[in-house]
Ligand binder design. Structure first.
Ligand SMILES: C[S@@+](CC[C@H](N)C(=O)[O-])C[C@H]1O[C@@H](n2cnc3c(N)ncnc32)[C@H](O)[C@@H]1O
Length: 383
C-alpha cells in the first residue's frame, strides 16, 4: 500500500476506498468457472463468472488481463510492417501478456485521435462530459485528458468531467494510478467500480449531451447460447448444470423463456416469421433430411451487448458513442454461429480451448455485434 511520492491525497483516499470495497465484494456464485450451487445457470452467467468473478475472474487479476507498455513505440524508427511485426514479437516475449490492445500499442496517438474527434464535433458551450466503459489500465483516459490539457481551450479542460465505469476493482485502481501521473487530471477524473450493464448503477436519466467510449469491451461481454437438435426443431436456451456430485458441468436445454435471449434471437433474425413459399418448401425438405441426418445447430447471442446498449440508450439518451472492436477472430474451434475464441495462458503460453465448458480462468472473445443501435451518433471502429 505504499504510494509513490507526489501522489495527490484525493487519489490515495479513493484507492483505499476501492481496496476496502474489493474486500466486501459478494461471494462468488461459482468456483473456478464451475457452477457452485445445484441450480442451473444461463450460459451468460457462466461466462460472466469466468470473466468477472471478483475472486477468480479473468479481469479480476491484478496483472495480466490488460497489457501496459512501459513506453510508447517509436514508429518513426521502424522501417515498415516487417520491422513492426518483429518489434511486436519482441514485446510479447518481454511481457507475460496475452495481448496488447490498440490504445496501448498506438499510444498516445490512438487516444489522441479520439480526443481530436471529440474536440472537433462536441458542442463546447456545455461542459464536456466523457464516460469510458471498461477503461482497462487507464491509458485512454490519461491520453484523452493529456490531449485536452494541451489542445482544448483552458475552459474546456478545466470544466470537463471524465467518468470511468469499470467492473474490475484491480483495473479501477490501476486507472487511478495511470491518470494520477498528471496531478491536474485528478480533479476531472472519477472511477466508478461497477457493472455498466446494470441500469441501477446509472441513477437517473441524464439528458445532457455526453460521449461514451468503449474500446475492446463489446467483444468481452457475456453471450448466451441457443441449441437445436436438428435442422428444423425450434431453438432452445442452453443452461449449465453441475453433474451429480462432481465438479464437472454439462449443458441442459430448455424452451426459450428468458426475455433477453428471446429478444436477442428476434433481433438477430433467428425466428423469422412469414416465410416465403420457397422458404416453406426448403423447410419441408429440411424436415425430411433432418429425420434421416439430424444435424445439431448452435448459435451464440450477444445478450450482454444488447443489455449494455439498452442501458446506455435509456440512461444517456443524448450520448455520442465511440466503440472499437475486432472484425474477425482467427482459428475459432468452438462450434456455433458467432462462436467465441476461448483461451487461457499457462507458463507464458496461450492455449485455445475447443470446449467453452473447460473454462477455468479463461478469456472469452466474441466478435459479432448483431444488435440494433439507437444512438444518435455512433462511431464503430473495426480493427
Ligand atoms: C479487453 S479490456 C479493454 C481495456 C481497454 N479499453 C483497452 O482497450 O485497453 C475490457 C475492459 O472492459 C471491462 N469491462 C468488461 N465488462 C464490463 C462491464 N460490464 N462494466 C464495466 N467494465 C467492464 C474490463 O474489466 C476491462 O477493463
Amino acid at each position: 500500500d505504499t504510494a509513490p511520492s507526489g501522489m495527490a491525497p484525493a487519489y490515495l483516499a479513493t484507492i483505499h476506498a476501492l481496496r476496502r470495497a474489493a474486500r466486501w465484494a459478494p461471494a462468488a456464485l461459482f468456483s473456478s468457472g464451475i457452477v457452485a450451487g445445484d441450480k442451473p445457470v444461463l450460459v451468460r452467467d457462466f461466462v460472466r463468472s469466468a470473466l468477472y468473478d471478483p475472486n477468480h475472474g479473468y479481469f479480476s487479476k491484478r496483472s495480466g488481463p490488460v497489457g501496459v507498455l512501459d513506453s510508447a513505440i517509436r514508429f518513426h524508427k521502424l522501417e515498415g510492417r516487417t520491422a513492426y511485426m518483429k518489434h511486436l514479437d519482441k514485446l510479447y516475449k518481454m511481457h507475460d501478456i496475452s495481448w496488447f490492445t490498440p490504445v496501448e500499442l498506438f499510444k498516445p496517438w490512438y487516444a489522441y485521435a479520439i480526443a481530436a474527434s471529440i474536440l472537433r464535433t462536441a458542442n463546447l458551450s456545455v461542459p464536456l462530459k466523457i464516460y469510458e466503459i471498461g477503461g482497462g489500465s487507464g491509458t485512454c483516459a490519461k491520453c484523452v485528458l493529456d490531449y485536452m490539457m494541451l489542445n482544448a481551450p483552458p475552459k474546456v479542460y478545466n470544466n470537463m468531467k471524465y467518468i470511468s465505469v469499470e467492473i474490475s476493482s484491480s483495473l479501477a485502481e490501476k486507472q487511478l494510478e495511470t491518470v494520477g501521473e498528471v496531478q491536474s487530471h485528478l480533479s476531472k477524473f472519477t472511477v466508478e467500480h461497477r457493472d455498466a450493464t446494470d441500469i441501477a448503477g446509472w441513477g437517473c436519466k441524464d439528458p445532457q449531451p455526453c460521449w461514451v467510449l468503449m474500446l475492446e469491451v463489446l467483444d468481452n461481454l457475456p453471450h448466451d447460447l441457443v441449441y437445436s437438435p436438428d435442422q428444423v426443431s425450434p431453438w432452445m436456451e442452453v443452461w449449465i448444470e453441475k453433474v451429480n456430485g462432481s465438479s464437472q458441468v454439462c449443458e441442459v436445454y430448455k424452451p426459450l423463456q428468458d426475455p433477453l435471449v428471446s429478444r436477442c434471437s428476434e433481433i438477430v433474425g433467428m425466428n423469422e416469421e412469414n416465410p416465403s413459399l420457397r422458404e416453406k418448401l426448403s423447410f419441408a425438405a429440411k424436415g425430411l433430411v433432418s429425420k434421416v441426418f439430424p444435424k445439431p445447430r448452435r448459435a451464440w447471442l450477444p445478450t450482454g451487448c444488447l443489455k449494455l446498449l439498452d442501458t446506455l440508450h435509456q440512461t444517456l439518451p443524448s450520448m455520442s458513442l465511440i466503440a472499437s472492436d475486432f472484425s474477425y477472430l482467427p482459428d475459432v474451434s468452438i462450434p456455433g454461429d458467432r462462436a467465441p475464441l476461448v483461451s487461457s495462458k499457462k507458463d507464458g503460453k496461450t492455449l485455445d480451448h475447443p470446449n467453452y465448458l473447460d473454462a477455468q480462468v479463461c478469456h472469452f472473445h466474441f466478435i459479432h455485434i448483431a444488435v440494433t443501435l439507437q444512438a444518435d451518433n455512433l462511431f464503430l471502429l473495426l480493427e
